[in-house]
Design a protein around this ligand. Structure first.
Ligand SMILES: O=C(O)CCC(=O)C(=O)O
Length: 279
């Protein structure tokens, strides 16, 4: 049973920013200990690749565009931009940071229901990903009830590939593919992109590059257009934990797990690469 907090964890200004602009920037929302704990988990996975089934998507370098299991990931990938997928399913530390008391209250307020982790990504560098909308890839069961967070472990500025975003773009009417849904149909993607670009121009939405410190959390609406800026100084890391949240009440209850601390998460991963856990 999840009770929405009686007192909002957000100020009136934060609620207005969220409603009008589709994002929030929480300063120092996680502690130095939590930053270290997440870093240690990533170190552990690199140090223990044997039989490790987590997927690593390589973004730059000789293996760019390839996906490996941790077990098979060439060691040089660590010096590139990459995404380590879905540690949340088996890792209590990742969940304890992604759904800390404060973040759980805030995600609960934004979703107006109990938040559930449906995906997590660990990065050591910026993704440099094109402008996109998360519901193209992992639409919530009811289409729109998704929020995402990038929990910064490093300082973020213009040179280490910050997230960029278009404030207010979450209000653009979603593009529906020919099956009526929000997930990408490849053959129709060019039309979708043209629609989104035309909307940005018509509404004259500015492009903002995020800047923040370690421990800051950038939260965005599942329909906000965003992406990763080019990395201008590749010697700098931009380690982060990105988490996508759905509402626990939106999925069949046999697919929701709650850990001992009552944190809800999907019992399987959306790409199905890990053995599901018992709900
Ligand atoms: O951290 C980044 O560079 C982008 C992350 C992102 O866009 C996402 O996970 O949807």
């Amino acid at each position: 049973m999840f009770d929405l907090p009686f007192f909002s964890p957000l100020s009136a200004t934060q609620r207005k920013t969220w409603n009008d602009q589709g994002y929030l920037h929480l300063k120092k929302a996680i502690s130095t200990e939590e930053i270290t704990a997440v870093r240690n988990r990533v170190e552990w996975h690199w140090a223990n690749p044997s039989g490790n089934p987590h997927n690593v998507d390589v973004i730059t370098g000789d293996y760019a565009g390839q996906c490996f299991t941790m077990n098979d990931t060439p060691l040089t990938v660590r010096g590139e931009a990459y995404k380590l997928n879905n540690l949340f399913l088996r890792d209590d530390t990742i969940r304890s940071v992604a759904l800390s008391r404060r973040l759980k209250r805030i995600m609960g307020e934004l979703l107006q229901s109990e938040p559930m982790i449906c995906n997590s990504l660990n990065f050591e560098r910026g993704s440099q990903q094109d402008a996109h909308i998360d519901s193209w890839y992992m639409p919530a069961p009811d289409d729109e009830s998704m929020v995402a967070a990038s929990i910064s472990l490093d300082p973020v500025d213009d040179t280490n590939g910050p997230i960029f975003f278009y404030p207010g773009s979450h209000k653009i009417a979603p593009y529906r593919f020919s099956d009526g849904r929000l997930n990408v149909i490849d053959a129709e993607f060019a039309d979708c992109r043209a629609y989104v670009q035309a909307q940005i121009e018509e509404l004259q939405l500015p492009l903002i590059r995020y800047q923040g410190g370690p421990g800051d959390v950038f939260i965005w609406h599942g329909q906000l257009i965003h992406g990763g800026s080019p990395i201008r100084d590749f010697s700098r890391t931009r380690s982060s934990l990105v988490v996508h949240y759905w509402r626990a009440s939106d999925v069949p209850q046999q697919s929701v797990v709650r850990d001992k601390a009552g944190r809800a998460y999907l019992a399987h991963t959306l790409r199905g690469e890990l053995q599901p856990v018992a709900a």
